[in-house]
Ligand binder design. Structure first.
Ligand SMILES: Nc1ncnc2c1ncn2[C@@H]1O[C@H](COP(=O)(O)OP(=O)(O)OP(=O)(O)O)[C@@H](O)[C@H]1O
Ligand SMILES: [Mg+2]
Length: 591
C-alpha cells in the first residue's frame, strides 16, 4: 500500500484545484475581492516608474520646479494606493485561507471519528496529528501565498513587460538577455530543492514519531536504562534532519543569490546599453531610470514565483493527503435500531483475521440468551478481546455473522450500538476533564442516574474524594488515577447507559478481591435486565458468577457449559481449573 506521506505534489494540479475551489464557495466574496484587487495592485506598481520618468524628463532636467509638485503628488498618491490595496488584498486572502483551514480541520477531525478501527491499526497517530496541523497549515499557504499571489506576480510581470516593450524594444531585449541563463539556473536548482523538501518532510515526521513514542514510554526508558540508547537514536535521526536542513539552506541561499545576481546583471546591462542611448540622445534619461525600476519590478515577482514553486508543490501534496483522508472509505453505518429488552447475542460461523495470514477467530459459533451471564475464558492471545471487538462492531467479520437480537451488528445505527452496548475495555481509556464529561459527554443523564451508576460500580467514594462530578479531576488518559480506579470509572461509564449487553473485558483485574466481589454482586442485580459477557482469567470468579462458561482456544469455541459440567468433561477447562487451584493451594501452603 502506498503510504500517504509518499504523495508527491505537482506544481499545478488541475484535478486538485477543481476540488479545492468549491471549498472557497462559502467565502467567495473575500476570495473574489482578493483576486479582483490584484490587477489594481499590478497597475499601480506599473504606473510608478512612469511617474519617475515624467518627473525626470519633464521637470528635473528642464528645471521646471512648478511641474514637479503635481508629479510628486501623483507618485505619493500611487504609493499610498498601493499600500492600501496590498493591505486589503492580503487581508481578504488571509482571512479566506484561515477559514478554509478551519473547515478542513473540522472535516478531517469529524472524518476520523467515522473511520473503522481497522484503519487506525496501521496509522501511527503522529502522522494523523501532522495531517490535521502541518498539512492543513500548508493548504492555507496554498491559497494565501500560493495561487493568488502567483497569479498577481504573473500579472505584474506581464504588465511590466508590456510597458517596457512600449517604451523601448531594444533595451527590453538587452534587459532580458539574462533571462535564458536565469531560467537555466532555476531549472537546474529545481530538482535538488524538490527532493530535499521531501526528505525534510519525511525526516520531520520520523523525528516527531520518535519523540512521541519515547515521551509516552519515558518511564520504561528510565527504568530499563535506555536513556543513552534513546539519546543516540534521537541524535542519529536529528543528524539526518540537520544535514538535510543544511543542504536546504545551501540550495536556498544559492537560489536567491543567483536570482539576485541575474537581476543586477540585467540592471547593469540596461545602464551599459541604455547609458549609451542616453548619451546618443536616442532615449531620455527618465526612460533609462524607469527601465532600471521596471527591471527591478520584473525580477522581484520572478524570484517570488520561483520560490513559490516549492510552496505550491508541497501544498498540493498536503492537500492531496487531506483529500485522501477525507476520501477514506467509511463503513456504511447501519439503519436499524435495536428493539428493547436484554440483547440476545449470536456468533454464526465467524472467521476473522487482523492480518490475512494470521486467522484469529476460526469458524466460531455461539449463542447467549437475553439476560444471561456468560464467562469467556481461555489462555492469553486466544481471541477473547477480539470477540468483544467484533460484537462492538469495531471490526467486521471476514465471513459469518455477529448478531444482537437477530440483527447483524453492522446493520445497527451508530446510536443504537453506542447506547445499547456497554463496554469496559481491558485497558480503559479516560479523557482529560471532569468525571461528568467522561461518564456523560452529551449531558443525557440526570445526577441521580450518574450517582446510581457510580454506586453500582463502587466508584462513589472515589468520585466524592475527587471533589464531585464536575471538578476537572482527570488528567490526560486518566494518568492521575490508579488502574483500579480507572476500571471503576469506566465500569460506571458503561453502566449508566443501562445497556442491553454489557461486555467486561478483564474489567476488575486491577481491583482488590473485596472490591471485585462487591462489583460482581452488584452486577448480579442486573440479571434479567441486561446480557453480560464477562471475559475473565480468574476461573473461580467465572464459576461463581456465570450461568455458563465458554472456553475459547485458538479462536475456536472448544467447550461450554456450567462449571460442574465442564469439570465433569475433564477437558481443557478442567485442566485450566486444576492448574489454577493447584497454584492457589500452593500459595496458601506457602502462606
Ligand atoms: N489490532 C491488532 N492487530 C493485529 N493483531 C492483533 C490485534 N489485536 C490483537 N491481535 C492478535 O490477535 C490475537 C488475539 O488477541 P486478543 O486481544 O483477542 O487476545 P485475548 O484473548 O484477549 O488475550 P488476553 O487474555 O491477553 O487479553 C493475538 O495473537 C494478537 O496478537
Ligand atoms: Mg484481551
Amino acid at each position: 500500500m502506498k503510504h500517504d506521506d509518499e504523495i508527491r505534489g505537482r506544481f499545478l494540479d488541475l484535478a486538485l484545484l477543481r476540488r479545492f475551489v468549491p471549498l472557497l464557495r462559502p467565502y467567495r466574496r473575500g476570495a473574489i475581492t482578493g483576486f479582483a484587487l490584484l490587477p489594481a495592485i499590478s497597475l499601480v506598481r506599473t504606473l510608478e516608474p512612469l511617474c519617475l520618468q515624467r518627473a525626470i524628463d519633464n521637470s528635473l532636467l528642464p528645471g521646471r520646479l512648478d511641474l514637479l509638485w503635481p508629479i510628486a503628488a501623483l507618485l505619493i498618491a500611487l504609493l499610498l494606493a498601493e499600500a492600501v490595496l496590498v493591505f486589503s488584498q492580503s487581508w481578504c486572502v488571509q482571512v479566506v485561507g484561515q477559514r478554509v483551514m478551519a473547515d478542513l480541520r473540522r472535516d478531517s477531525f469529524a472524518k476520523l471519528s467515522r473511520l473503522p478501527q481497522r484503519w487506525f491499526d496501521w496509522q501511527p497517530s503522529g502522522r494523523l496529528v501532522t495531517r490535521l496541523t502541518n498539512d492543513v497549515e500548508q493548504v492555507g499557504d496554498l491559497f494565501g501565498s500560493g495561487i493568488v499571489s502567483a497569479f498577481g506576480d504573473v500579472l505584474t510581470m506581464v504588465l511590466v513587460l508590456s510597458v517596457m516593450l512600449s517604451l523601448h524594444v531594444g533595451l527590453t531585449l538587452v534587459a532580458f538577455a539574462v533571462a535564458p541563463l536565469l531560467l537555466g539556473v532555476l531549472l537546474l536548482l529545481r530538482r535538488p530543492m524538490r527532493s530535499l523538501m521531501r526528505r525534510l518532510r519525511a525526516q520531520t515526521a520520523g523525528l516527531n514519531g520518535f519523540v512521541g513514542e519515547r515521551v509516552n514510554g519515558m518511564a520504561e526508558v528510565q527504568i530499563f536504562g535506555q536513556e543513552q540508547s534513546s539519546a543516540e537514536q534521537f541524535e542519529a535521526l536529528q543528524q539526518d534532519y540537520l544535514s538535510a536542513a543544511l543542504s536546504w539552506v545551501r540550495w536556498e541561499t544559492l537560489f536567491y543569490a543567483s536570482v539576485h545576481l541575474f537581476g543586477s546583471l540585467a540592471v547593469a546591462a540596461i545602464i551599459w546599453q541604455g547609458g549609451a542611448q542616453v548619451l546618443g540622445s536616442h532615449i531620455s534619461f527618465g526612460t533609462l531610470v524607469a527601465f532600471i525600476e521596471y527591471a527591478r519590478k520584473f525580477f522581484m515577482p520572478l524570484t517570488e514565483l520561483a520560490a513559490k514553486f516549492s510552496v505550491l508543490q508541497t501544498s498540493n501534496a498536503a492537500l492531496e493527503r487531506i483529500f485522501a483522508l477525507l476520501d477514506e472509505r467509511e463503513e456504511a453505518a447501519g439503519m436499524l435500531s435495536l428493539p428493547s429488552g436484554p440483547g440476545r447475542v449470536a456468533f454464526e460461523a465467524v472467521h476473522f483475521a487482523y492480518q490475512p495470514s494470521e486467522p484469529v477467530v476460526r469458524g466460531l459459533s455461539l449463542e447467549v440468551a437475553g439476560g444471561e451471564c456468560v464467562a469467556l475464558v481461555g489462555e492469553t492471545g486466544c481471541g477473547k478481546t477480539t470477540l468483544a471487538q467484533l460484537l462492538l462492531g469495531f471490526y467486521r467479520p471476514d465471513s459469518g455473522r455477529v448478531l444482537v437480537n437477530g440483527i447483524e451488528v453492522q446493520q445497527l445505527t451508530r446510536e443504537s450500538l453506542s447506547a445499547q452496548l456497554g463496554w469496559v475495555a481491558q485497558e480503559p481509556f479516560l479523557f482529560h476533564g471532569s468525571i461528568r464529561q467522561n461518564l456523560d459527554a452529551d449531558g443525557r443523564y440526570r445526577n441521580d442516574q450518574l450517582w446510581a451508576a457510580l454506586e453500582r460500580s463502587g466508584a462513589r467514594t472515589l468520585v466524592e474524594r475527587l471533589g464531585g462530578l464536575d471538578v476537572a479531576a482527570i488528567d490526560s488518559r486518566g494518568r492521575n488515577l490508579s488502574s483500579g480506579e480507572r476500571q471503576l470509572l469506566s465500569l460506571a461509564r458503561a453502566l449508566v447507559k443501562q445497556p442491553q449487553v454489557l461486555i467486561l473485558d478483564e474489567a476488575t483485574s486491577h481491583l482488590d478481591s473485596d472490591s471485585e466481589r462487591r462489583i460482581y454482586q452488584a452486577l448480579q442485580g442486573l440479571s434479567g435486565q441486561c446480557t453480560r459477557l464477562l471475559i475473565i482469567h480468574h476461573l473461580a470468579l467465572a464459576a461463581r458468577l456465570a450461568d455458563r462458561i465458554l472456553v475459547l482456544h485458538r479462536g475456536q469455541l472448544c467447550e461450554q457449559g456450567s462449571h460442574q459440567q465442564l469439570l465433569a468433561q475433564g477437558g481443557r477447562y478442567a485442566r485450566l481449573w486444576a492448574i489454577q487451584t493447584l497454584q492457589q493451594d500452593r500459595e496458601k501452603g506457602n502462606a
